[in-house]
Design a protein around this ligand. Structure first.
Ligand SMILES: [Zn+2]
Length: 196
């Protein structure tokens, strides 16, 4: 069975948000349109505690988009975003979530970021999405969401590594940096991910 994964379509990644992805709002009507084509839909949600160490504000003297070492992993420092319990972390009202069967939240551990919907960035813990798909007999996933070169690309790479047949729907994603997305797309294609 094929499933759709909606990656991090949350207010903070839209034009109203703290970490707005350029043209991010454009994915909403597209995703609403294709949702009916799937019998199973999962969504991921970036879901951080206020003290999350991916926030530049939690490191004195650091600015957003600087890179640091965090417990042995390279970490880009982000503006505060998707703090649990805030409006920025919620799905936009314009996104049709009625048919979303399961939501996988990630990034709750303050010491490690979690771009992928499957694992944290250190691959220390899984979110449970892999096991849930197996239980639902999913062998193929289509991926949309934000941001293209970050959480969408990481989710697609892990899905391919986990043995799923993966398609990234380019119309359903937008990136912070278009060139970076193209580099990621080349890498993903080399791993068997279809970009359509
Ligand atoms: Zn985050």
């Amino acid at each position: 069975m094929k499933a759709l994964i909606m990656v991090d379509i949350q207010n903070d990644f839209l034009s109203v948000g703290n970490l707005a992805v350029p043209e991010g709002d454009a994915v909403i009507p597209m995703v609403n349109n294709i949702a009916d084509d799937y019998s199973l839909i999962a969504a991921t949600q970036d879901w951080h505690p206020p003290g999350h160490l991916s926030f530049a504000s939690n490191h004195s003297g650091r600015d957003p988009f600087e890179t640091i070492d965090l417990d042995g992993l390279e970490q880009i420092l982000w503006p505060d975003h998707c703090q649990w319990g805030t409006r920025g972390a919620e799905f936009p009202e314009s996104l049709d979530t009625d048919r979303v069967a399961a939501i996988f939240r990630k990034g709750m551990d303050p010491r490690v970021d979690s771009y992928s919907g499957f694992y944290d960035n250190g691959r220390r813990h899984k979110t449970g999405m892999d096991a849930w798909f197996r239980e639902m007999d999913v062998d193929s996933v289509d991926i949309v969401g934000l941001a293209g070169e970050v959480c969408v690309a990481y989710t697609a790479r892990d899905a391919a590594d986990l043995g799923f047949d993966v398609t990234l729907i380019e119309d359903g994603t937008r990136s912070l940096d278009r060139k970076e997305f193209e580099r990621e797309a080349d890498d993903l294609e080399g791993r068997g991910v279809k970009i359509v």
